[in-house]
Design a protein around this ligand. Structure first.
Ligand SMILES: [Zn+2]
Length: 55
């Protein structure tokens, strides 16, 4: 899974498709909550706060 800011959403999708050869599911991090997982503090591709989860 990849977390990313809105600017890097397309990059994250491309990355995911390259890596897993299937289309990812997208979630907004402010609309989902996970009990057993701590959201990373920064985007996978830059130092911004991540907005999306690509899984
Ligand atoms: Zn980013």
């Amino acid at each position: 899974m990849v977390v990313c800011c809105s600017e890097h959403l397309e990059l994250a999708i491309d990355y995911f498709v390259d890596e897993y050869e299937e289309a990812p599911d997208l979630y907004r991090l402010d609309e989902v909550s996970f009990t057993a997982w701590t959201v990373p503090a920064t985007c996978e591709f830059c130092d911004r706060i991540p907005k999306f989860l690509v899984v």
